[in-house]
Design a protein around this ligand. Structure first.
Ligand SMILES: [Zn+2]
Length: 140
């Protein structure tokens, strides 16, 4: 188990917070290659797509990746001589897992009128004095 911050993982709609992500992986070496399997968990923040309020949550990713000395572009990761750099794989996994269209709640109804009251008293134009005579007219 390892923890640490993962900076700059972001979509336009959501991003990982600066909090540590937790990584729980099993690392197995087989000859020249190393297989990393396990899970990682981080926290994200973003804007609700309906009410535009800040929302967030936890995001879990499944990891199952191969590191090798001569990586295949887009398929495996480079294996250093004595270091295994999990950061690129974590970045990729979290970037794919972040919500593209976050919702603060499945039932979110959109902008909260209580939070952003519409000032109806200003919506009605003041009475025009020229019409006031009509107010006193009565049809018999
Ligand atoms: Zn919302």
């Amino acid at each position: 188990m390892a923890t640490g911050p993962l900076a700059d993982v972001a979509l336009s709609s959501a991003r990982l917070t600066g909090d540590d992500v937790t990584v729980d992986v099993t690392i197995e070496s087989q000859g020249e290659t190393v297989t990393v399997t396990g899970t990682a968990r981080g926290r994200w923040v973003g804007e609700c797509r309906r009410c535009l309020e800040t929302t967030g949550g936890e995001v879990d990713v499944q990891l199952s990746e191969v590191f090798e000395p001569h990586p295949v572009e887009g398929e495996t990761y480079p294996l250093g001589r004595d270091a295994l750099d999990l950061e690129p794989l974590l970045r990729e996994a979290f970037a794919l897992a972040l919500p593209l269209a976050p919702l603060c709640d499945e039932a979110c109804a959109g902008p909260d009128p209580e939070a952003h009251p519409v000032r109806t008293e200003e919506a009605e134009p003041p009475a025009d004095p020229r019409w006031s005579a009509l107010d006193s007219l009565r049809f018999e």
